[in-house]
Design a protein around this ligand. Structure first.
Ligand SMILES: NC(=O)c1ccc[n+]([C@@H]2O[C@H](COP(=O)([O-])OP(=O)(O)OC[C@H]3O[C@@H](n4cnc5c(N)ncnc54)[C@H](O)[C@@H]3O)[C@@H](O)[C@H]2O)c1
Length: 507
């Protein structure tokens, strides 16, 4: 993404040959008005949300890193971001149409495919609108802000099935994980006992404001807020009052399990071979080690129970010990998935190392390199082929993995602060929870967290009706509170209501 040069950009003009070949398999792209210097047959792409992740997408198209496609439009609710990115494109010789209002971008007949890299609270609605407008879609992870709207996006993809949808869970294109899954399936390590995902990633305080913050004049805040509740920003750390730090507020994001963590949740669920929802979930954790404006936990354990085996997920935002930047390592790395089998384990890491280990932790076999960088090209290949089956990032998979993040967060949010002794007692009957809780206490003690002043939160063990995508069970009050969570369902507001596409599910 850093090697964005004029030389690279000029390569786009050489892509005509391969693009035309691709185009022979389906509809021919770019016939209406091919951009100067670009070839017929390219998929014409519009990127929405181009501050950080979206800028990376944009560059991949402008520089010709992605074959068979070209960038024709960009959209951002922040005029300063939009102008900056337009200038970036022009510097490389790229001409793009610019939009602040996504709905206007969708009206353009010059755009075939949309790449969505806005904050999470916009992902589902933008996906649905793009499909309704006849566009193919690459939507960044997580799929949704809440389970219900994610389901509507899945149903929209089914309804508009001629269009291609790729979810941005890029590990689905990674060769090492495919090899790891094949090894597990071979049965050489025996049955799976548990799967653990870790997201030990440093997350500093975002600081403390004294009240609502002013919205910069360049930001159309109504558009930025979209289907979320319209409320002034209450943050102003290093990233300012608008961008990025929305991850740590329930109105927009879901903390690090929904940010970095969704990647490892998705890989863990895939490696476990667990289709769909778990049968129950329980979480504990807290936002500890500092006081700041943010709402989401920086320390979280969620245990998802599946018929096959439990999937345990751990978020740690604090270092190894107080004052230390380095993060804890779980077996092989800090951001990882470990599949513990009867006769050994398989571990894959975000850093790209993957291997098979025996029961003593000795490496038996190294796996192929991580190839998740091919995921964006895989989307264009699927679009050119007009075949959803070519795309690796199926929206339904992303929906379920995103839903796990929401389920974990809901258990946490309907929980209550408890003493260490009370939590230890509550989780003692689950080996997976007991073990993870013990290590969480060790980790927080190393960070000198005073549990008397900031006790951890313990969420209830919540049963899930996977078919209805709702909580269920005899503890009516808790179940009702969990089902009422905005992470379960939020319909949007005003012009930004999420349409009901699929079967009606009543909470
Ligand atoms: N796949 C990955 O590995 C990966 C990595 C990083 C981020 N992401 C995802 O990408 C998304 C964006 O992350 P980021 O760090 O770039 O966030 P960011 O806050 O820095 O940027 C989001 C941009 O979207 C714009 N935006 C908001 N609402 C808009 C609207 N209605 N219309 C047009 N533009 C709008 C904002 O103004 C901003 O410029 C997140 O959902 C994140 O989870 C994925």
């Amino acid at each position: 993404m850093n090697n964005w040069s004029r030389k690279d950009f000029l390569k786009t003009s050489l892509l005509g040959g391969s693009a035309a070949l691709f185009a022979g398999h389906g509809r021919l792209y770019g016939q209406t008005s091919p951009a100067a210097g670009s070839a017929n047959g390219d998929v014409r792409v519009g990127c929405v949300g181009i501050n950080a992740q979206g800028a990376g997408h944009m560059r991949d198209y402008v520089t010709g890193k992605i074959k068979g496609a070209r960038l024709v439009a960009i959209c951002d609710a922040d005029e300063a971001v939009l102008n900056r990115r337009k200038a970036d494109c022009e510097k490389e010789g790229g001409k793009v149409a610019t939009y602040r209002d996504y709905r206007k971008m969708l009206e353009s007949k010059e755009i075939d495919a949309i790449v969505i890299a806005t904050p999470n609270h916009w992902h589902s609605l933008m996906t649905i609108w793009a499909l309704q407008a006849g566009k193919d879609v690459y939507v960044e992870k997580p799929l949704s802000h809440n389970i219900w709207e994610g389901r509507q996006a899945v149903e929209a993809a089914k309804k508009y099935s001629k269009q291609i949808v790729q979810a941005g869970t890029q590990n689905r294109s990674s060769q090492d994980i495919k090899e790891a899954i094949a090894y597990i399936k071979s049965g050489k390590l025996g049955a799976i006992k548990w799967v653990r995902g870790t997201c030990y990633k440093p997350r500093d305080s975002i600081g403390l404001t004294t009240g609502p913050q002013a919205v910069p004049g360049t930001v159309d805040y109504d558009l930025w807020t979209g289907p979320a509740d319209l409320t002034p920003p209450r943050r102003n750390g290093g990233k300012g009052p608008i961008h990025y730090d929305w991850h740590w507020f329930w109105n927009y994001g879901g903390g690090d399990i929904s940010n970095q963590g969704i990647h490892q949740v998705d890989v863990a669920r895939w490696m476990l071979g667990a289709e769909g929802m778990p049968t129950s979930v329980q979480s504990f954790g807290g936002r500890v080690g500092y006081r700041d404006d943010a709402e989401t936990p920086n320390t979280l354990v969620s245990v998802f129970n599946y018929a096959k085996a439990p999937l345990i997920f751990e978020v740690r935002g604090l270092g190894r010990k107080k004052g230390m930047k380095a993060m804890d390592v779980y077996r092989t790395s800090s951001i990882s998935v470990t599949v513990q089998c009867e006769g050994g384990y398989v571990a894959v890491s975000e850093a790209g190392t993957a291997g098979i280990y025996d029961a003593d932790g000795k490496v038996m076999q190294k796996l192929a390199a991580n190839t998740n960088g091919s995921h964006r090209q895989n989307f264009i290949n699927a679009v050119q082929a007009r075949k959803q089956s070519v795309a690796n990032g199926l929206i339904e998979n992303c929906h379920y993995s995103t839903a796990l993040c929401h389920l974990g967060n809901i258990s946490y949010r309907v929980g209550a602060e408890k003493s260490n002794a009370a939590i230890a007692d509550a989780v003692k009957s689950s080996e997976a929870s007991k073990e993870a809780y013990g290590r969480m206490v060790e980790h927080l003690s190393a960070n000198e967290v005073d549990f008397a002043k900031t006790p951890a939160m313990l969420g209830p063990l919540l049963k899930i009706d996977g078919a209805k995508e709702l909580f269920t069970g005899s503890e009516k009050e808790i179940v009702a509170a969990a089902n009422k969570s905005p992470l379960m369902k939020r319909e949007g507001r005003g012009a930004f209501k999420v349409p009901q596409i699929g079967p009606k599910v009543v909470a």
